[in-house]
Design a protein around this ligand. Structure first.
Ligand SMILES: Nc1ncnc2c1ncn2[C@@H]1O[C@H](COP(=O)(O)OP(=O)(O)O)[C@@H](O)[C@H]1O
Ligand SMILES: CC(C)(COP(=O)(O)O)[C@@H](O)C(=O)NCCC(=O)O
Ligand SMILES: [K+]
Length: 253
């Protein structure tokens, strides 16, 4: 899965999820090199390819929300691109992100429809479907990292904070700049999530709600502290998109 921040990898062996890892986006020349040997990058800290056997042919199944990266991977041997046409959901609009469609489908197949997915990635998205597997719609806002980056880079006086520097809930009414940024970003994110969840549940009271994405752990931790009733409704699933991919590729196995 090619996300806006990085690549998310999953290795399936005999239709079973074997392992997952993340790497940065990969350059054109590195992709060409990988393509020649039918190998994959293991992790950012390691360049050891996971498969060296010339007898194994690995199919690379790709879903992407970054067209320039999609383009680069087309040269790879045995590549298959998943697009919206492959997702059995009704009512999708043509520019819906494939990551949102896959996560929604995977979640609905596992926990049942209606379903709401919260993806706390580069962008934070809400995506819902009703009992007929029909897209109800959703919302897109800058994710935690993007909000911090924007404030740090598009202002004259604000420092660039990192997500990893947020280790506890700041005071809501902060008396220094870093904590004021943290307060503004986190408390509005938590309030926004609470509001969207409540709004969804008023439409679909029995719906399951699944949260995924790079910032989901951090956000659920703070949601538990601030809004325990909301947090209790959330199912955390790191591999939601791969779950959707597996359903598409392997059916109900
Ligand atoms: N190693 C990492 N690289 C990038 N983002 C990370 C990393 N670890 C955690 N994150 C967090 O994950 C968020 C991005 O979520 P992710 O699901 O990886 O996005 P995408 O699917 O857009 O690539 C960032 O806001 C960041 O705070
Ligand atoms: C909203 C997104 C940027 C989220 O991407 P991510 O943060 O997971 O990298 C992506 O799903 C996308 O480009 N969507 C297209 C617009 C839409 O879904 O309406
Ligand atoms: K994502």
């Amino acid at each position: 899965m090619i996300g806006n921040s990085r690549l998310h990898w999953a290795l399936f062996i005999n239709q079973t999820l074997h392992s997952t890892w993340h790497t940065p986006h990969i350059s054109e020349s590195d992709i060409q090199q990988l393509a020649q040997t039918n190998t994959f990058p293991l992790s950012p800290s390691s360049s050891i390819p996971i498969f060296l056997s010339p007898h194994l042919t690995i199919t690379l199944v790709l879903a992407s929300v970054v067209p320039s990266q999609t383009q680069l991977w087309q040269t790879y041997p045995n590549v298959r691109l998943i697009s919206l046409n492959n997702i059995p959901l009704q009512g999708m609009y043509p520019t819906l992100g494939i990551d949102r469609a896959l996560a929604l489908y995977g979640a609905g197949k596992k926990w049942g429809f209606p379903i709401l997915v919260i993806d706390a990635g580069t962008a934070l998205t809400f995506t819902g479907a009703d009992a007929n597997q029909r897209l109800i719609g959703g919302a897109i806002l800058p994710g935690l990292g993007l909000q911090l980056t924007t404030l740090g880079q598009k202002t004259g006086q604000l420092p660039l904070l990192k997500t990893s520097e947020i280790i506890e809930l700041p005071p809501r009414f902060a008396m220094n700049t870093p904590e004021a940024i943290q307060s503004g970003v986190i408390y509005t994110l938590l309030a926004g999530i609470k509001d969207f969840v409540e709004s969804w549940l008023s439409l679909f009271p029995d719906s399951k709600i699944v949260i995924t994405g790079g910032d989901s752990n951090l956000l659920t931790t703070y949601l538990k502290a601030r809004f325990p009733d909301i947090a209790a409704r959330l199912i955390a699933e790191t591999n939601l998109i791969f779950l959707g991919m597996a359903k598409i590729l392997f059916g109900n196995s």
